[in-house]
Each structure stands twice: as structure tokens, then as C-alpha cells.
Design a binder for this molecule. Sequence first.
Ligand code: MOS
Length: 741
Amino acid sequence: MAGYIGTSQSRIDGVKKVTGAAKYAAEFNAPGLAYGSIVASTIAKGRIVHIDTSGAKRVPSVIDVITHQNRPSMADNDKAYKDDVAPLGSPFRPLYDNRVMFNGQPIALVVAETSEVARDAASRIRVEYTEEPHVTNLFQQLDATISVPQPTNPSEAVFTPPSARGTPEQALASAAVRHEGTYYVPIENHNAMELFTATAVYEPGGKLTVYNKTQGVQNVQRYVCGVFGMKPEDVRVLSPFMGGGFGSGLRPNFEVVLAVQAALALRRPVRVVLTRPQMYALGYRPAMLQRIAIGANSGGTLDAITHDVITVTSQNETFFRQETGWSALLYKSANATYAHRLARLDRPTSSDQRAPGAATAVYALECAMDELAVALKIDPLDLRMRCYSDRDQIRDRPYSSKALRECYAQGAAAFGWDKRNPAPRSMRDDGDLVGWGMATGVWDATQMPITVRIALSAIGHAEVACATSDIGTGTYTIMAQVAADSLGIPLENVSIKLGDSALPPSPVEGGSWIAASVSNGIATTAAAIRENLLQIAKTMPNTPLANVGPDDVALAGGDLVSRLDATRAVAIVDVMQHGGIDRIAQEKTTSPVQDEDRAHNTHSATFAEVKVDEQLGVIRVARVVSAVAAGRILNTKTAASQILGSVVWGIGMALQEETLIDHRFGRVMNANIAEYHVPVNADVYDIKVIFVDEPDDSNPLGVKGLGEIGLVGVAAAIANAVYHATGKRVRDLPITLDKVI
Ligand code: MOS
């Protein structure tokens, strides 16, 4: 089985995307489509006393105004609102009652014949509130934090902090060299290009077809069924293309509830598109305040690590990840302690965003390691090598594979790290200060249960179907590559169906787990097709495959052929003809092999060069080398693109991104991508991606998954480079120019 896997392939959906043939949730039309516009609360906490909708209703071609007072019936228990990835607590219910829980909360939907009229009419709604005191500032809640809840079932245990080991306080006190620091990552919003949209098409008889931007169509389907008491066969959710998710589409968002509410109330199709400011009323990366203390002996190995984290969640739900669970994996230290506390704020619930937990916690650890290297007068890369561990430091077990050493070596060589002058402010280029920094990254290699259906025709065309999503990462393409190789047919003979809740079950696309899950799923189903063909082939007169076992045949070039003797082959078309069929279809579920004896992770080493204008403090990231160990790479082109994108987001995290709140109102002040800065082309220079060889036997294809690993460590590498350039250590992100001059 070789051919397409591991090669560079352009996206099979690329032409559709650049010609506009790829349709997104806001581009599906239906006769009689109406448009909804959201009215958002202007207070952070309290009750709605009165909503005056008369001004809106007077606008010609307004169809209706939906509020908590006249909405269709919704479930009244929390369980109905629990989506597949909901955190503990009580999920927010859009337009449920008169309670306001955060600024920007949807409190009414104006539905009109055009979107322009709906928006104009929405501005004519008048609301009276009774306000209650609110708190949206993490720093005002530091004395009121709670510890992360103890797990009530084993699946939640992955989110609790690692257990302490040894005697960290004593080890720290007696360490030859110590570094302590407090690091801060602000709230960041996902800022995907595509706005959240739901086009809910009401069909005669009450069925719904919902085109929704989401990372999990079946998650949304189950949620809509729960909230509105509908049957799965009456709700179909589609998301064939997605203009960026970054975790914001893991949970169903309020636009889908509002579109469905209106479609059910009016019995006609309704589309709700969030405005850019409304996108900031969804989940976000929680702000994170971290205190790290590291103690080392003079030889540059660690005696103690303490890592304490505070993140934010809402009043109604308890969102957290195992923040320190990635940083704790990396370095050998006999003594360590980890803590994680939460601050409740009157805001929407925080959520997964781009390597959630790891991107933030590893940022702090990797800056702290850089500071320790300075204190020890050891090269930062050398320090990492001295503290390197071949065993998972949390559970003291080996890795299924860990080629991080090779990432360090190949990344350093490509970057030219050995030419670094260790002294801060020692390197210059044409008047700019030049700084070189590096950092380690770690993420999970996860596989999830998934079901794949394949139909192979006699003439060698295959349709591969799974309800997974391609959130822009290239899932369509890697699915086609694996199917083509597994079935021995050309890539262009494969058609992929995904992003439809009616297809075989898939988990949400997140955690970088879909590539490993769906590729092995396809291989499993293709093997079932092969076995099926072999059974028929064995019944053919004078068959050359009479005594051949199912693992000893392959599908190649339109034939079913013995792996041991290539002259023993039959044409698939002849097998199907003999069996009186013109296609074979199989649907199989593939689950990961349970392997608790080994840790399963991906790793990376990032090397960054910054150039800093000494007078103005302007920072440019001139060069980045990212060396990644992520098992087998299915498609070198789309994989490299994922890492490029991640590095770009790392530049954003390091230098630009920050959601700013006016705490008097609890309102986001920069709820637009003019004032919330994200990297643009002019911020991005040379980025080189290296994939190091990393054979792994955790699953048959040796795939570990990509994407998020490309982000973890990038902000630290840049922050460390800024220190090296300027001699100034900035520990609160983003590192804006005012902080370095
Ligand atoms: Mo990712 S933050 O799991 O979409």
C-alpha cells in the first residue's frame, strides 16, 4: 500500500475553493429564505424587564421579532443542552428567559425579507434591564478562585493537574540556581475568516436541513434534537466547507439555535449570520496567569518545577483543560508540583482554541527554561538536551515514539543556531537588534472511534463517506490519498463525502485527532472490501487465489493480487461480474488500540529570529524554523501548510492578539479585526517547516496528527528571541512595542 500516502498532493477541493464552487453555510439558498439579525444585550448581568419591539415591527418587510417571550418551545433541563464536548455545568440557552449572563448575549432575533432590513429593524429595538453587579476582570477575582473539579468519571481525569512528586519546596530551596516568574496570556478570540452562520431550511412536515459552520455536524444534530425535542431523522446538519474554526466550532454556537427557533416559529427557511462583533460573544481562549519556579543544579539538570495556573470560565459552566499536563511531560525533574485554579467571570464560557492548554502552559514553561538557561549561562538548546526525557514525566512510561532530539538537531542545523552569540543585544543587522530564540512544543497524538463507508464500483471508482469535517486542514485530500492507496486506484477515482450528519459517525474534528482516526478508518473499511472481493474470487472457476489468506492479497491497478506472487491476480471487474454485482459497499467502525503503557504525543522545536527597531520597538519575526515529529505525514504539502498556519498564529499570540474588555460594562472593546490584531501578510516573513522521520506503531498507518503541534512553543520562541535581541524580558503577552522600548 504505497503511492499517494506521504507525497505532496494539492487539495482535491482546491479548484472548488478558488472558483467559488465550494459552498459555505451562508451560501445555501432556499425558496422563501428569510434573514435573522441578532439584538445583543448591552449589559453584562441582570434581567430584561421589558423589550419594546414595536419600532422594529413597523419596518416594512419585517416578518417577526423573536424573544424569550414568544420563542418556540425549548427543553428546560440542562442535559438537553449538553453537546458532545460541553464542559461541566449548565449550558447557556439562547432566548430562554429574561436572564442576561454576559454582554453581547443574544436577546432577540429580528427576521425580515432581507438581511439589510433585519439589521436596520434590530437597531430599533428598545430594552429595559435591571442590572446586577458583574465582574469580568480576572485580576479582581484572584481571591475568589476555585480549584478544578475532581473527575467524576475516568474520561475527565485527563483534565486534572498532574500529581505532585518528591519534595518540590525543599528541592527548590536548596537548588543551586533558581528562576521564578509570572507569565500572562490574555483572552484571545478565534477570529476565523468565515462568520458563524446557520441556514435552517424548514421542510414541509417539520423536518429541518441546517447548513451550519461547525467542526462537528453530528454534534450539532444531537444538540438541536435535544434543545427542540426533535428526532434525529428529522434534523440533518451539513457543513461541507468551513472557513476556519480553530476550536470555535467544536461546540454548537447560538446562531444555530436562533436560526432553528425562527424556522420552526415561521415554518420557513431562515438564515442567521453573526456580525464580526457578535463573533466575540462566543467562546474564547481563557486568560491564563501562571507562576513557575524552577530549580536547577549547576550542571544544568532540574531539581524542582512548580507550575501554578489560573484560568477563567463563566458563572454557569466550568471549562478547563489539563493546562499543566503538557508542560509537565517534558523535562526530567524528581520534584514537581502542579496546580490549576479557575476564576468565574460574567462572560460567555471560555473554550478550546488552537492547542488549548498546551499553547499557553508550554509558553510559560519554555520562557522560564530560557530564563533559567540565562541564569545558568548555558545555551538554551543545550539546557533542553540536558533535561531531555525519553519517558513521560507524569506517568513515568515510555513514548510510542518521540523524535524530539531529531527536531532539535535538524531545526538547529537549518536555522544555524550554532552561530548564535549568547549575549543579549549582541547581534545586529542594518541598525536593527537581532534576537534568536527557541522553544519546545508538545501535543497529543490521539485517535478516536470513527465509522467509514466505502463503495467500490467494478470500474474502480470509490465513494468514501464519513460525517467528519474538513475545517480547512486538508481532510478531503488525505482521505482520498489513503483510499486510493488502500484500494489501488488513482486519486481522481475517489470521491469524498463528509460534513453531513447523515453519513457514518465521526467525532468532532478537534484535538488534531481526525487524520489518525479517519485514515485508519478508511484502511479498515478498505480491508473489508478486499476480503469481500477475495471471498467471491475464491468461488471463480480456476481461481489463482484459492489458498490465499485475506492479509496476503492487495488491491492494485484494478486487480486483486497476491502479495507473495504477483502473477496470481484477478481483475476486480471480473470478480464483481462473477458475483453478479457492480459495486461492493462496506461500513466499518475503527477504534484506537488501548495502549496505556505508553504515552502518545507529537513534538516540535521552534527556532525564531526577530529584528527589533531600537528606537520604535517594532518587532518583526524575520525567520522561523519549525521542526516537527508527528509520526507518518500523509501529505507533505497540506501538512506543511498546517504548520505554516500554526506558526503564523504563534506570531499573533506572541506579538498581537488580545481581546480587550472595558470592565465597567463587561464589554469587548476591540470586537473587530481592525482593532483585534492578527498577523497579516506583511507580518510574515520566512517560515521553514521540517518533518523529521518518526516511525510509530500506535496505529496501522503510523499517523499521529498535526496542526496544533505547530503552534505550541512558537510564542515562547519569539518571546525568547525578543529577550535576546533587546535584553528585556516581557512576560505578559502580547509583546507590543510599548513593552520593549
Ligand atoms: Mo481544536 S482547538 O480541538 O479545534
